[in-house]
Design a binder for this molecule. Structure first.
Ligand code: FRU
Length: 475
């Protein structure tokens, strides 16, 4: 069978080759921009560039090609991850200026200090700024920080600038690994976006992994949530089941005055097999929106079966809100509902077939303590007592993905499942718990089989919003 039915209809993915972290997310001069880590030489060599997608509405995206490539000595082994800051009115035409901050990765195996992983030598991490006044052409690159500029507590692993404005200053978070193999965050401050001075180092009380990648800040309801991706947490029965983790610390006070976070407060964004390195941005209407990498570097499972020549995608944009428990909720942005066709009501026990493998399945007012949803004969989501389990029913389809169990002391009240060919996003209890997982179904049609007593349930077929995403773009 051809691979065509695994092509995604509303998840950003490259037409060919490799995708990882979302980068430079922003709304700039009206349009939404999503860049991502892109390796055109996959699977033979590893060179990261930034590829660029643009959308008027967070739903219909167009591939605008490769935007930032490795072309200066300071980023010769990769234009690594980073973020966007839109400077109001700062462009030469009087309009807003797009400022992209990223890490230039340099590897030097001949450095006598080079060790495995290039932790103490053989690596440079340069923080670099590129600007654009149209989102299509870019300025020269300016190196802002080099290894010698970081505090001596740092190893050579420092990266992934997240820049935002607060009060009169700009701030930058950098993920880092210290000399004792402890993950932490550097917080820098700047008045002009070009020269930066160290303000804080933010550690966990107790060591929490050896490296923190992709730091991020979410500010909602007057509270600060400091996000990062700790590497090296030991896998537990219902936590930290991916190779590396992605989550946030709800802070007691402001990130600007935080020196220590409580590692026991760390909340995982997502319990699925394929989720890492999320980034957020604030849209012009004030919404905080998160996009994650729907993939991992986990070699236990495959995300490119049978020679598929592209690998990984991004999650849909998710609006973040603050729950009554003081933790964050994630929910697909409302714009995605524009893809819905006519809804088909579902009974408590029901079976349904849709022509395309794209759907938005919604259950509200769920009754009782048990429920089951089976998609095709491949994937089963079930809950009973205090836990929910995601299970692949067929080992070949699972491609290495084992069961995922999420503790749910208060049961399941509502459920929403987005199916997009080979991407599955599961939202439980109004987006309090999520599971994002890739899935390579055998069939072109989607079969839904449910046993979920509830007040209301509906299956919406979804249109393909990305059919023309790649038209006219060069590789
Ligand atoms: C996270 C990460 C980042 C780095 C990028 C390289 O997935 O390792 O820390 O900047 O990927 O592609």
């Amino acid at each position: 069978m051809s691979h065509a039915h695994w092509r995604l209809g509303f998840h950003i993915a490259p037409q060919h080759a490799w995708l990882n972290d979302p980068n430079g997310l922003c709304q700039f001069r009206g349009a939404y921009h999503a860049y991502f880590q892109y390796n055109p030489l996959w699977p033979d060599r590893d060179t990261k560039h930034w590829r660029h997608f643009v959308s008027p509405d967070l739903v219909h995206w167009e591939d605008h090609g490769t935007a930032l490539v490795t072309d200066i000595p300071e980023d010769r082994n990769g234009v690594y991850s980073g973020s966007a800051y839109v400077a109001p009115g700062a462009a030469s035409d009087g309009g807003d200026l797009l400022c992209l901050y990223y890490t230039g990765n340099v590897i030097d195996p001949d450095d006598p200090a080079a060790d495995q992983g290039f932790v103490h030598g053989g690596r440079e991490a340069n923080e670099i700024l590129v600007t654009s006044k149209d989102g299509e052409t870019y300025s020269d690159k300016r190196v802002l920080l080099r290894n010698d500029d970081y505090p001596t507590v740092c190893t050579r692993h420092v990266r992934d600038p997240k820049v935002w404005k607060q009060g009169d200053s700009l701030y930058m978070l950098l993920g880092a690994r210290d000399q004792n193999d402890e993950g932490f965050i550097l917080l820098y401050e700047s008045s002009d976006g070009s020269s930066w001075r160290l303000r804080n180092e933010i550690f966990a009380h107790e060591r929490f992994g050896y490296m923190w990648e992709c730091p991020n800040i979410v500010q909602l309801g007057g509270r600060d949530f400091l996000a990062c991706c700790p590497q090296g947490l030991p896998e537990q029965e219902t936590r930290w089941q991916n190779r590396w983790q992605a989550g946030y610390f709800p802070l007691e006070g402001s990130v600007l005055t935080t020196h220590l976070v409580d590692e026991r407060s760390f909340v995982e964004w997502d319990h699925g097999h394929d989720f890492y390195a999320p980034q957020t941005f604030v849209a012009d209407d004030g919404r905080a929106i998160l996009v994650g990498w729907m993939g991992t570097f986990d070699h236990r499972y495959s995300s490119a079966p049978d020679g598929l020549d592209w690998i990984h995608c991004l999650t849909v944009p998710r609006e973040l809100t603050l729950g009554a428990d003081g933790l964050l909720r994630q929910w697909p942005v409302a714009e995605l509902e524009s893809l819905r066709g006519l809804g088909i009501e579902l009974d408590a026990e029901d079976e349904l077939a849709l022509d395309a493998h794209r759907a938005d399945l919604v259950w509200q007012g769920i009754e009782g303590r048990e429920g089951t949803l089976v998609l095709d004969d491949d994937v089963c989501l079930s809950w009973k007592a205090d836990a929910l389990t995601l299970r692949f029913l067929d080992a070949a389809v699972a491609a290495g993905r084992q069961d995922r169990v999420v503790p749910l002391p208060n049961g399941v009240q509502d459920l929403r499942v987005l199916v997009d060919s080979s991407a599955l996003e599961i939202y439980v209890n109004n987006g309090a718990e999520l599971l994002s997982t890739r899935w390579f179904p055998r069939d072109e049609a989607l079969r839904v089989h449910c046993a979920i007593p509830c007040a209301q349930a509906c299956a919406y077929p979804l249109q393909d919003a990305l059919a023309h995403a790649y038209d006219g773009v060069e590789d």
